[in-house]
Every structure is written in structure tokens, then in C-alpha cells.
Design a protein around this ligand. Structure first.
Ligand SMILES: NC(=O)c1ccc[n+]([C@@H]2O[C@H](COP(=O)([O-])OP(=O)(O)OC[C@H]3O[C@@H](n4cnc5c(N)ncnc54)[C@H](OP(=O)(O)O)[C@@H]3O)[C@@H](O)[C@H]2O)c1
Length: 330
């Protein structure tokens, strides 16, 4: 299949003219090297994309780069025989929009070692509604289950519940058989969170406690916001429950005591989706395409934009106004 000499991409620069991003025409030769070229069908918007696209966070390690940490589409060319023209594939993280050009581009060049064949049970669109956010929520559950998180331990709390990772965590955890208590600052979105599978929706004040240990209200949980809410979640977790830390939407700080660890055996698990090993990556995508696939993925996809719509989504996201996932469509 022929690839046009130049095509649209959302590229990020940081040079003498300052930090800036926007749509420009690029050629395949300008993109980071890789064995597989895809024609992108969809990408998505993650918090990290908003940080990278606006310069509010130090995400890119070299400039210029095409933004977008997620990509899904059809293979148009591959020097690796493992992939053939027409194959449907996806990539999340793995250096996209960090050390190499990302998914906000009509054509994306990928390293074959990180290119995942689209699992049976998912469309390209569904794969990008999930994207890094869904992968991160599922990876958190994968790590918790590995560490013996059983539904009988009690409900799982999800903070930042209306956001991308949060909405998908509520959906995935409930699909996997756990009771989910969503923690959200958006009082007008309780119905949305219940529809996704939350049995209770709690305000952020639930996690405003400051004592080293509180009564054990949760079996564990996934934290997307960091700071005092993470410390409070640890203090309210039942014996041998797991708390997965994935985000810093409120704060990168953590001021806590060791009491939950040494008195209750609580575990704090790190979740770093971008660098996940290939075998775990494949196992998590298999769950996402089958037993953990949310029943209401379309409800989580609250917005669909083209490249030109990205700056507005970034602004909303950084202001804490996210609701579900934004899909990028070409
Ligand atoms: N570790 C990883 O691999 C990984 C992967 C993906 C994302 N992340 C991180 O996870 C976090 C969430 O990402 P996302 O893509 O889901 O972002 P998002 O869609 O913007 O969601 C963030 C949510 O956090 C809550 N929030 C925002 N500001 C807050 C504040 N000041 N205090 C308390 N809660 C606040 C809001 O939920 P409510 O209004 O419902 O409370 C918001 O919807 C980000 O920090 C991101 O960097 C990490």
C-alpha cells in the first residue's frame, strides 16, 4: 500500500522559539525508526498526553516528537515477518511520545517488539477507548490478583473515578467480580459511575482522614490522585489488602506512616504501564479482550475528536474536568 509523501501529525517542539505543539505535515522518514508502519485508525487522550502536549509536565526526552502515547491501526508495511499488511495492531506506551514519535499521526512507525496484535474480542476502536488508561487499570488488577486480592477482602476503592483510568477501573474491576466504591469530586456524575458498575459513589472527603490507621473500610483499591487521598486509602485498607498507585492527578507527594504495612500487612503496589514487560502486557490485553472487557465501553467514550480538537481536551483534562475517555479518530 502506498503511503503519501506527507501527512498530518500533531507534533511537539521545544527550542529557541519555545514550547509549542500543533498539526503539521510530516514524512515517514522524519519519524523514529521501526520495523512496522501502520495507518492509524484511532489514538486516545491520556493525562500524560495533556502534560506533553502543553509542556505542563516533562514527558518528552527529545524534541521534536509526534505526540500521543497510544495507537491502533492496520499494518501497511513491515520488515518483520511476524506482521503482514492488513494486520490489526495496537501499541500503548513503550516510549511513544517520550523517546519516539507517537500515535497522533495518520501513519505511525513502531518497533515490532512492542507491537501487539489486536486480540480477538476487541475492535480497533474498543482497543483505543481502553488505551493506556484501560491497560493501566487492568495492570493494577493483574498485580493485585497476583498478590492475592480476593473479592472477599472487601470493596475496591477507585479514586479519580470519573477520569479515564478511573472510569475504566470501575468498569473492569466490577466486571472481574469485585465490589467497587468509586471516589469522585464530581457530585453530578454519580449516575454515570453507577452505570459503569460502582455499587457506591463516595465524595473525596471519604479519603480526607489523617490518622495512621482508620477502620478498614476497603479491601484495597486503585489510586489515581496521590497525596493525602492515597495515604488515607492505605489507612482504611483491610488486612493483607492491596493498594495500587497509578497516578498523581492531585499530588506527587506521599506523606504516610508504615502502620498499615506493619500492623495490617497492606501492600502498596506500583503501576507503571509504559514499561510493562511483553509477557505481562500480552496477558493483560487478553483479559481486556475477554473476562475483564467492560460491558459498557461505549459509555466510557464520552468524546471523539480529530487532531485539531486535542488542545481543548488537554486544557479540560489539566483543569480536572475529565469525564471518561476521549477517542482520537483519523
Ligand atoms: N502509572 C501509569 O502507568 C499511568 C497510566 C495512565 C495514567 N496515569 C496517571 O493516572 C492519573 C489519571 O490519569 P487519567 O488519564 O485517568 O486522567 P484524567 O482522565 O484527567 O482523570 C483524572 C481524574 O482525577 C481526579 N482529579 C483531578 N484533579 C484532582 C485533584 N486535584 N484532587 C483529587 N482528584 C482529582 C478527577 O476525578 P474525579 O473528579 O472523579 O474525582 C479526574 O477526572 C494521572 O495522574 C496520570 O498521569 C498513570
Amino acid at each position: 500500500m502506498s503511503i503519501p509523501a506527507r501527512f498530518d501529525a500533531f507534533r511537539i517542539h521545544n527550542d529557541d522559539a519555545g514550547y509549542r505543539s500543533g498539526i503539521e505535515q510530516v514524512s515517514l522518514d522524519e519519524l523514529a525508526p521501526g520495523e512496522v508502519v501502520i495507518e492509524a485508525a484511532h489514538s486516545s487522550v491520556n493525562f500524560k498526553d495533556a502534560l506533553a502536549g502543553t509542556g505542563e509536565g516533562r514527558i518528552l526526552r527529545r524534541f521534536p516528537l509526534v505526540g500521543g502515547i497510544d495507537a491502533a491501526g492496520h499494518v501497511v508495511r513491515s520488515s518483520d515477518p511476524a506482521f503482514r499488511e492488513g494486520d490489526k495492531v495496537l501499541v500503548t506506551g513503550c516510549g511513544l511520545s517520550e523517546t519516539r514519535d507517537g500515535g497522533y499521526s495518520r501513519y505511525v512507525r513502531l518497533e515490532s517488539k512492542w507491537t501487539v496484535p489486536l486480540p480477538a474480542g476487541l475492535s480497533l476502536r474498543e482497543a483505543m477507548i481502553l488505551g493506556t488508561a484501560g491497560f493501566t487499570a487492568a495492570l493494577a488488577l493483574f498485580r493485585m490478583v497476583e498478590n492475592r486480592q480476593l473479592p472477599a477482602l472487601g470493596p475496591l476503592a477507585v479514586t479519580g473515578a470519573t477520569g479515564g483510568v478511573g472510569s475504566l477501573a470501575v468498569s473492569i474491576f466490577s466486571k472481574a467480580g469485585y465490589e467497587v466504591h468509586a471516589v469522585s469530586g464530581k457530585a453530578d456524575q454519580h449516575d454515570y459511575l453507577r452505570r459503569l458498575g460502582a455499587s457506591e459513589v463516595l465524595g473525596r472527603e471519604t479519603l480526607a482522614t489523617v490518622r495512621p490507621m482508620e477502620s478498614a473500610r476497603f479491601g484495597g483499591g486503585l489510586d489515581n490522585v496521590g497525596g493525602p487521598m492515597l495515604a488515607s486509602l492505605l489507612a482504611q485498607t483491610a488486612p493483607y489488602g492491596n493498594v495500587a498507585s497509578a497516578g498523581l492527578a492531585a499530588s506527587a507527594e506521599l506523606e504516610a506512616t508504615v502502620m498499615p504495612f506493619i500492623i495490617r500487612g497492606v501492600s502498596l503496589l506500583g503501576v507503571a504501564s509504559a514499561g510493562t514487560a511483553r509477557d505481562i502486557r500480552d496477558a493483560v490485553w487478553q483479559h481486556l479482550a475477554s473476562d475483564w472487557k467492560p460491558d459498557r465501553l461505549d459509555d466510557v467514550c464520552t468524546r471523539e475528536v480529530e487532531l485539531a480538537g486535542l488542545p481543548e481536551v488537554f486544557r479540560l483534562m489539566l483543569a480536572g474536568g475529565s469525564l471518561g475517555r476521549t477517542l482520537v479518530t483519523f
